[in-house]
Design a protein around this ligand. Structure first.
Ligand code: NAD
Ligand code: TDX
Length: 369
């Protein structure tokens, strides 16, 4: 990162936000970093433990909907960079209970934009280094057939309450630039994976279930396709957009790694088998006879399940020089190893709330219709 930013990172105790906070601190020891996070079920302060004693870092437990909190942080810390990760992020939870998605993703982003407008455009000294970077998703573009890619020009067509709420937030961000001149950049990224991902998402859920010998739920026919990006590559893309992105622009970020869900589940089974079989202590901890592929269980499909996502990331590659670096199969094996080594982390986050969610989401769903 090319200079000492004064950054407010919202949702910095979640999966991508904590990876980005640690990445930014490592790249730029002089940056002032303030993380604002509500610590919902998905937020975990332990993710930020490596920098908790850093003098140039502070954590604030708070809601992006609380205008006074956001406003005072922006003013008192003289924030010039907002990176907005805070969100309700899980599609299945948005189907079970959409309200929180509208409250945080739409109203929360609106509140942040209002605080940035007041602090940056309210008549004080101008500063051309200010950036409000909004972290969004490829899901806003809807679902693709067998062919084609999402570009920055693809019309929005969100299908789940999650993607609709993210789409609404993207539109507000765009409007604040167009109407008020707020210095914004939006990134729309494909599916991430890597350390610290909450085990409600496909890759960590399948990894932990395979380790612990539980059924591996595959929705529908397992043929849905996602484009996967290692979280470290996403962090580098955000850093690139902050350093070299053009204000007012949108950048699609993807891994050029389209995979069918069932192929990923098979890959994880192989990686878990290999990791456990290579170590006597792990064999005793996670005993299993044969390949874990036998745990694969096809279950009832997700309502409105998007069939295929695929990102065309040529714009950020050509204009800003970013490109994904982690090969998918290598990244998945490294991620499986991380979950094998960090059992304490996932045992703690799979608390009472998680058990209730899991039962609601997967209980009585074992047969495909
Ligand atoms: P996550 O669910 O792991 O983390 C979200 C964080 O936001 C948590 O720490 C949570 O406590 C915090 N949060 C939630 N509501 C809040 C509120 N009202 N105020 C303050 N903090 C709040 O999510 P993630 O997977 O790390 O995703 C981060 C961002 O990236 C989201 O905006 C998501 O839409 C986007 N994104 C995610 C992916 C992916 O594959 N995970 C891909 C593309 C884009
Ligand atoms: O148990 C499961 N079985 C299964 O087959 C789970 C949890 C998922 N799936 C399927 C559904 C999807 O086709 O795997 C695919 C990936 O599912 P998720 O990990 O839930 O991700 P997805 O719905 O694609 O959304 C993710 O990518 C875009 C993130 O959760 C979003 O935050 C991000 O914006």
């Amino acid at each position: 990162m090319d200079r000492a930013r004064r950054a407010l990172i919202t949702g910095g105790a979640g999966f991508i936000g904590s990876n980005f906070t640690l990445y930014m601190r490592a790249k730029n020891p002089d940056a002032r970093i303030v993380v604002l996070d509500k610590l919902t079920y998905a937020g975990n302060l332990e993710n930020l433990a490596p920098i908790k004693r850093d003098a140039n870092f502070s954590f604030i437990k708070g809601d992006i909907n609380a205008f006074e909190t956001v406003d005072s942080v922006m003013r008192e810390d003289n924030i010039d960079t907002v990176v907005n990760f805070a969100a309700e992020s899980h599609v299945d939870r948005s189907i079970l209970g959409p309200r929180a998605f509208v409250e945080t993703n739409v109203m929360g982003t609106f509140t942040l934009l209002e605080a940035a407008r007041k602090n940056w455009l309210g008549g004080g000294a101008s500063n051309d280094k200010r950036i409000f970077l909004h972290v969004s998703t490829d899901e806003v573009y809807g679902s693709l057939g067998e062919t084609g890619y999402f570009t920055e020009e693809t019309p929005y067509s969100p299908n789940s309450p999650y993607s609709a709420s993210k789409a609404a937030s993207d539109h507000l961000v765009r409007a604040y630039h167009h109407t008020y001149g707020l210095p914004v950049i939006t990134t729309n990224c494909s599916n991430n994976y890597g350390p610290y991902q909450f085990p409600e998402k496909l890759i960590p859920l399948i990894t932990i279930n395979a380790l612990t010998g539980k059924p591996l739920p595959v929705y529908g026919d397992g043929g849905n396709v996602r484009d996967w990006l290692h979280v470290e590559d996403h962090c580098a893309a955000i850093e690139t957009a902050l350093d070299r992105g053009k204000i007012g622009e949108v950048y699609n970020v993807g891994g050029r790694a389209e995979r069918k869900n069932i192929d990923i589940v098979n890959l994880i089974c192989g990686a878990v088998d290999a990791a456990v079989n290579s170590d006597k202590a792990l064999r005793e901890l996670y005993p299993f006879d044969g390949s874990r592929k036998k745990l694969i269980t096809y279950v009832k499909d997700r309502p409105g399940h998007d069939r295929r996502y695929a990102i065309d990331c040529a714009k950020i590659e050509k204009e800003l020089g970013w490109t994904p670096a982690v090969a998918f199969e290598d990244g998945v094996r490294a991620t499986v190893d991380w979950y094998v080594k960090n059992r304490k982390w996932w045992e703690r986050v799979m608390s009472g709330e998680y058990v209730k969610y899991y039962e609601r989401q997967y209980g009585g769903r074992s047969a495909r219709p």
